[in-house]
Structure formats: structure tokens, C-alpha cells
Design a protein around this ligand. Structure first.
Ligand SMILES: [Zn+2]
Length: 296
């Protein structure tokens, strides 16, 4: 399945036409990687901020319609996904000493699993999603979720939240600068923005090259179109009024049991254990960028 727009741009034309969507620098370089068998996904790399992005990219709504969600749903294990959310929220609640009255926005909330777990922790959580695929589920579960992009939802909500979370979302977004601007604007001064995504500069991504499975997820070619390393994350944050405080490997808040189960292995299988420890280190290919909104 392909979610990439139409034809692949010839590399020269792409380089001439495409400025970096993160910093606006002209003439990004074509990455010498053939990440999908048909060569549909041409990747460009900004020479200034190092942001990597797909040359051809449809509108975010068009790429996350029913076809995308059917593919995503087919591979999600609800129990594992819930355990994953519990790990994420408890890790950050403890690290940042979140108060009981916290107001949180989950951007790209999908079925609303994070909202359900947050609600059970006493957090005032709302969600938004670009797709209306889960509207009935939100209603059934009485979840406060809205169909909107971050940019649309941010209008009139300046400083409304203490925490804005976007887990595995920014890699789907066509304009990450506008996305992060919107997320940052909804934060109260001193508030936290947590952006979880794959790191194209990680050792795993460099070592695996074309085979790194984050370039093309199981949902299809063109689902992921924006790839952000620490430098690009810092650059994007600076333009959004956000200070990058650090980044945390995703495995720091995921249990070994959940990781081994995902791989279809027993908990202390040597391969799972070694990979788990590797992913907990700075070598991890999946991390959560931790931003703080500048105090006014
Ligand atoms: Zn750039």
C-alpha cells in the first residue's frame, strides 16, 4: 500500500522545488537510500537543520483516512498498547512531578487509549486527531476528543494546557514547524511538550540504512514523511518558543515483558534482552524529545 502522492519526483526537480519544511533552507540533498522496493519514497535532507523529509507528500488528512486506520488497527494489540501508555504516563508523571490538576492534550489521540489511562490517573486529558475514524468510539467511551489538526485546534487555546503530548505523530506530519508552533502555543509558560518519534541519526538507523523499519512503517509507504534527529528537534523547538530540555529513549518507559511479547519471545530471551538494553541506551532509535515552553 502506498500513501505517497502520485508520481515520484525526479531528484533534480525535487531539489530545485523543495525548500526544507522545517527551516526553509533551499536545495536539500537527496538521501542515497532506496527505502521502499518501488522507489516511491524519495527522501531529502536539509543541509542546514538536518531534517529529513519525503519529497512528495499528500495532505495529512488525505494520508490518514480509512485505509491507513484499517492497516493500523490490524496490527495493534490493545493490551500491549495500554501497558505502553501506562509506562509512558507514569514515567513522565514521576520525572516531572506532575500535579493532580494537570491539563493535558494528546495530539493524534487515535482510539483514545492515552486519554483513558490519563483519566484513570486523575489527569484532565483531551485529545485531537486529524481523522474522524474513531468518533463513535470516543462517544461510547465518553472521551473528550475532537477531529482537528493541531493548527486548527490551537486557535483560541493559547496557554490552555500544562502538557502537550504527540506520540509517534510528528513523523506523519507534512509541516512539522507549523505543527510544533501550534503545540507550543497551546502550552502555558513553563509547560511541557513531549514529542516521541524515531531518530534517523541513531546508530540503528545508520547501521540498518534502507532496512530501518521506521522509514516505511507497516501501515504503508508514505505514512512516515518527516524524520527528526536531535539537531532538527532543537531547531524546530527554537522557532516554536520551546526549549529542548533533552530526549529520552522510548525503552526507558517500556517494560522488558512488553518488548519481548511484541517480538514474540519469552521475557528473558537473550536476543530480546540484549536489544532491550541497547534501546535503553543513548543508541536508541526511538526517543521522546522533551521541550519546555519559555516563560513569557
Ligand atoms: Zn532545514
Amino acid at each position: 500500500m502506498s500513501l505517497v502522492a502520485g508520481r515520484t519526483l525526479p531528484k533534480r526537480a525535487a531539489m530545485a522545488a523543495d525548500a526544507c519544511p522545517a527551516c526553509g533552507a533551499p536545495e536539500p540533498l537527496a538521501l542515497p537510500l532506496r527505502v521502499d522496493p518501488d522507489g516511491q519514497l524519495t527522501l531529502l535532507s536539509c543541509t542546514r537543520c538536518t531534517f529529513i523529509f519525503a519529497a512528495a507528500r499528500l495532505d495529512d488528512r488525505a494520508r490518514h483516512a480509512r485505509t491507513y486506520h484499517l492497516a493500523r488497527e490490524a496490527m495493534k494489540d490493545p493490551v500491549r498498547a495500554t501497558v505502553n501508555v501506562v509506562g509512558f504516563l507514569t514515567f513522565w508523571a514521576e520525572k516531572l512531578a506532575w500535579p493532580k490538576s494537570l491539563a493535558l492534550l494528546d495530539v493524534g489521540c487515535a482510539e483514545g487509549r492515552l486519554l483513558e489511562v490519563a483519566r484513570s490517573m486523575g489527569i484532565r486529558a483531551e485529545g485531537i486527531d486529524v481523522s474522524d475514524y474513531y468518533v463513535e468510539r470516543w462517544d461510547r467511551a465518553r472521551l473528550p476528543a475532537t477531529v482537528a489538526t493541531a493548527e486548527e485546534f490551537s486557535a483560541g487555546r493559547s496557554g490552555a494546557y500544562d502538557v502537550v503530548v504527540a506520540r509517534q505523530v510528528i513523523e506523519h506530519v507534512r509541516d512539522p514547524q507549523s505543527f510544533l508552533n501550534a503545540c507550543g502555543s497551546m502550552l502555558a509558560p513553563g509547560g511541557t511538550c513531549l514529542i516521541e518519534t524515531g531518530d534517523p541519526s541513531s546508530w540503528q538507523a545508520r547501521w540498518q540504512r534502507e532496512a530501518w523499519n521506521f522509514w516505511v512503517p507497516k501501515e504503508g509507504v508514505g505514512a512516515h514523511i518527516s524524520f527528526i534527529n536531535s539537531l532538527a528537534a532543537e531547531f524546530l523547538g527554537r522557532s516554536s518558543g520551546l526549549v529542548l530540555r533533552g530526549s529520552i529513549p522510548q525503552m526507558r518507559y517500556m517494560s522488558l515483558r512488553a518488548y519481548a511479547q511484541k517480538q514474540g519471545r519469552r521475557m528473558f530471551h537473550p536476543i530480546s534482552l540484549s536489544k532491550f538494553l541497547l534501546h535503553q541506551s543513548r543508541l536508541s532509535a526511538a526517543r521522546c524529545y522533551w521541550y519546555e515552553r519559555r516563560a513569557n
